[in-house]
Design a protein around this ligand. Sequence first.
Ligand code: SOE
Length: 394
Amino acid sequence: MTDSRPTLAVGMVGHAFMGAAHSQAWRTAPRFFDLPLTPTMQVVCGRDEARVTEAADRLGWAETETDWRRLVARPDLDLIDICTPGDTHAEIAIAALAAGKHVLCEKPLANTVAEAEEMAVVAERAAADGVRAMVGFTYRRVPAIALARQLVAEGRIGDIRHVRAQYLQDWIADPEAPLSWRLDKSKAGSGALGDIGAHIIDLTQHITGERITEVSGQLETFVKERPVAAGDTAGTLGGGGASTERGPVTVDDAAVFIAHFTGGGLGVFEATRFATGRKNAIRIEINGSRGSLAFDFEDMNVLELFDASEPDETAGFRRILVTEPGHPYTGSWWPPGHGLGYEHGFTHQVVDLVRAISDGTDPSPTFADGLQVQRVLAAVETSSDTRSWQEIPA
Ligand code: SOE
């Protein structure tokens, strides 16, 4: 693609599932959206030389590095994209910001509140020098979710009374599914709670424009030991094939909690990897004083709206197909009715990040937003351990 626009040279750390999704986004964003800077897929970084070389070829990166410290120190890069497990986020992001690179960091922001606090402080300092940091809560950029936020902000459903949110997967419902880094607390921080619960915490706060103030929750690990993975398979959730050796699962399999929101509404949350038959169901229903909204990622191009001001005889949940040119993001894609998929949220994330960098504004969600989600996660964990309500510091 020949282009006279200034470039934004990207270096990405990690090249498994998230690395592939981010690569697709960097490649696609400038081809479908009018961007002020053209991202270049300069360097991909991974520890194993053979595997990172193969990934660079497959995903479209020009060069490789095997040490993230060398990547971050390269003067020819403008942005570092972090797609590694949570235990490395803080160190890489802080080093990258200190080196003057913009940062996109996968969710959850970190493995602990202390790490997230430090990241937020460093990011705020960097922002004063025009260096931007964003956390990858990509589902915010699903058009139906973006529309839901707009409708709430316009007052279409009134005051929020109930927030019902579920994130349902089943990829470890089989007790013989092997251990992977996602089941290791030292790498992942937590299990279903941080991996997918973090998304519904972010989404519900984003859509409502409100904050969770207090939680009471319960975590459960149903299968406490699993076969040790024989190898690490990039791009899969479960890791490599199983061996006969077994090891401990050190994270939660499922998390449930109830919550209070700043506007007085009540929330009910469920995040599980044991919802047999549910692959990636993110279900959100919000009931307000004037109407309701409902979303299900398994039908991700649709938002349901109930408007309580309509006559009882004809009122009902309306199915809005969120593919019109006037809907968020959709005008840059296909004609109405030709829906989008999982990967498009990542593309929209890149679009918003690149525009913010060019405009000199903070992209959202900021590291401070990521820290707030981290505080909710920690509060749910403490609540489960102590069987008590926990407040979330503002
Ligand atoms: C695994 O549960 C996972 O890949 C999450 O880590 C992602 O954030 C989510 O988009 C899909 O599921």
